[in-house]
Design a protein around this ligand. Sequence first.
Ligand SMILES: Cc1cc2nc3c(=O)[nH]c(=O)nc-3n(C[C@H](O)[C@H](O)[C@H](O)COP(=O)(O)OP(=O)(O)OC[C@H]3O[C@@H](n4cnc5c(N)ncnc54)[C@H](O)[C@@H]3O)c2cc1C
Length: 391
Amino acid sequence: MSDTQYLDWPFLEVHHKQLAIDLDAWATRHVPHDHGADIDTECRSLVRSLGQGGWLRHAVGGKHGAAAAIDTRAICLVRETLARHSGLADFAFAMQGLGSGAISLQGTSEQKERYLPRVAAGEAIAAFALSEPGAGSDVAAMQCNAHVEGTHAVLNGEKTWISNGGIADFYVVFARTGEAPGARGISAFIVDADTPGLEIAERIDVIAPHPLARLRFSNCRVPLSQRIGDAGEGFKVAMRTLDVFRTSVAAADLGFARRAMDEALQRATSRKMFNQHLSDFQLTQAKLAQMATTIDSAALLVYRAAWQRDQGRNVTREAAMAKLTATEGAQQVIDAAVQIFGGQGVVSGETVERLYREIRSLRIYEGASEVQQLIIGRDLLKGLAASEGKP
Ligand SMILES: Cc1cc2nc3c(=O)[nH]c(=O)nc-3n(C[C@H](O)[C@H](O)[C@H](O)COP(=O)(O)OP(=O)(O)OC[C@H]3O[C@@H](n4cnc5c(N)ncnc54)[C@H](O)[C@@H]3O)c2cc1C
């Protein structure tokens, strides 16, 4: 395990520190560093093994989870630790949480009983289906729709970039139900993968491979008992879920960046050049200093946001600050590590090369960096207007 001083920060409790230490020891034994070409099989096996190890209980809330309510700091520490070992292991954990988060936060007791124990045990794979070909950053432009016929909602349309698409056992799908225009006319439904009318239209390959697909819904009938929250409340359900998991994306960034830092330190202190080591040059020390400072400033924002959410406070601005700073910072840290490695840094299979590919999507998904900037900017202006008594 790399530098662990942050585990003593006041944002974290004693059990959080122990969780990170225990998981690190477990991951060293159980998480493969390299993955084979069959990413679906690898991912299924990681979900099973994380379930058997008891770690997925941290991804779900309530009596089926490890804590009475969702423990954001625990989720962040699990993601950070797994990301240091393997991007796919972090992905497997994160998607169990993101895919079931809406059920943990707002599901009925029947929905919780039906899905959460299997998610926590690694026996059911979850997915979160919000994005569409024409509605990524602009979620409210969503076209996928659902109309009510008797006791069922009938879904039609497409979702794309759906992580775990193709291997998930169920999808939490957001569809336009038309109670009001824009974001206020969307509802969330749990759709089992074998529901007639749901098909995998396309599998998508990305630079850091993980299961990803475009889904098509054609007259897909889902019982209304599978709706999460009230009709028209789906956007709020999605945003509440993202408030938890957006902070955890930032935690995964930290894990990738810390691994890059470890690799860079090893390399700089062992690589000989000009009759000294690379680390003897002040230019290298400046680079390492910047990397360490970037990591610590991101970590402070991540655990501030996670702690604040665990206090029951709103974290929209803090989660956006954490994600923006951690994703952009991790990209810089990893790029610097590749530079320190020289030619070896871009060799396929080298750890820093893998990290360079892993980090890229995180600046785009669960709200691109520009979207995080807008969230922060709007929140600042809203705060100013409220303090001046403006509507
Ligand atoms: C690997 C991966 C996994 C994903 N997994 C999931 C998943 O499981 N479930 C799911 O629902 N979605 C998922 N997504 C989708 C992801 O959330 C979207 O890709 C993201 O929201 C961006 O949408 P878009 O790709 O349509 O880009 P666009 O919305 O077209 O945005 C393109 C770019 O425009 C810029 N931009 C955006 N808004 C503004 C603005 N207001 N001002 C200026 N610039 C702006 C940003 O740089 C952005 O990257 C995943 C994506 C990836 C890459």
